[in-house]
Ligand binder design. Structure first.
Ligand SMILES: C[S@@+](CC[C@H](N)C(=O)[O-])C[C@H]1O[C@@H](n2cnc3c(N)ncnc32)[C@H](O)[C@@H]1O
Length: 272
């Protein structure tokens, strides 16, 4: 069960511990900072890197984060210093990321969103799949993650990515335009799930789908900490009152549920 310990080495530094981490960091010499921290904290990135939309309205009050939602404990945000885990060499073997991407059946020219994109492991692949006529909104609540993503996109010369700083209650997406909003290993971290589900729903195009990939909570053989897993029953219990139904399931991934959610007419028309 090595991965139980390995999963989210970054998670060891949660959002609540971030302040302490930052204090520790100030006590460190620059040489002691990890390469990840240095890369993420640099204010300027390569000249040809993507502009990151950081224009969050700081006057908007964000309610206190929930600790629990419908009987489930909400996992802490994975800290950006854990980003190398997201691009680890073993990820393809463990999670079969290529199969996950195939199951999405992305079409050239589509507009998709990588919600909780982290350092962009999936964003770059999505950008290739939608092609030059398509667009990928890459949303995260940690600007450091977006800077890491922008750097990686620049290295790959991908221009069809729009990195956007979201808030815990609002991904700041345009309304009614996104064909696929993808939350890979992200939904269980939402500190305000109902608000996020409502905003995502508003962002979807008429046939748009929200796709959740969550480590299977029912499966003890999946070597991930329980807080970072979800059962299908729990997902269903949370999404239905928020106005979604499971429209399609893909159950051939080694560790994850892959659930395609469609907005349901007549439910939750007044989002929180
Ligand atoms: C475990 S990482 C997964 C990253 C990426 N999806 C991947 O699979 O490589 C979860 C990410 O979700 C982000 N996140 C958490 N809550 C969020 C929210 N409300 N809106 C956008 N991103 C969020 C975190 O900052 C973190 O980067």
């Amino acid at each position: 069960m090595l991965l139980v310990n390995q999963h989210r080495t970054g998670d060891a530094q949660t959002a609540t511990e971030q302040t302490a981490t930052e204090q520790t960091a100030t006590e460190q010499t620059a040489n002691e900072q990890t390469a990840t921290e240095q890369a993420a904290n640099e204010q300027t990135v390569a000249d040809d890197s993507l502009p990151v939309d950081l224009a969050v309205d700081s006057a908007i009050a964000i309610p206190a984060p929930q600790t629990h939602h419908m009987g489930r404990e909400i996992a802490q945000t994975m800290h950006y210093t854990g980003a190398p885990w997201l691009v680890r060499e073993s990820r393809q073997r463990e999670e079969d990321c290529r199969l996950l991407l195939e199951a999405l059946a992305i079409q050239p020219g589509q507009t998709v969103c990588d919600m909780g994109c982290g350092n962009g492991f999936y964003t770059l692949e999505l950008a290739r799949l939608v092609g030059p006529k398509g667009l990928v909104y890459a949303v995260d609540i940690q600007p450091q993650m977006l800077r890491l993503l922008a750097r990686r996109a620049a290295e790959e010369r991908l221009k069809n990515i729009k990195p956007v700083l979201g808030t815990a209650i609002d991904p700041r997406l345009p309304m009614g335009t996104i064909d696929l909003v993808l939350c890979i290993d992200v939904y269980h971290e939402f500190s305000h799930p109902d608000q996020m589900l409502a905003r995502i729903r508003e962002s979807l195009s008429p046939d748009g789908r929200l796709v959740l990939a969550e480590f299977r909570g029912e499966d003890l053989a999946v070597p991930i900490k329980p807080l970072h897993k979800m059962t299908k029953a729990q997902v269903q219990a949370e999404i239905e009152p928020a106005g979604y139904k499971i429209a399609r399931e893909f159950d051939r991934l080694p560790w994850q549920h892959l659930l395609f959610l469609a907005p349901q007419e007549g439910v939750a028309q007044t989002p929180p």
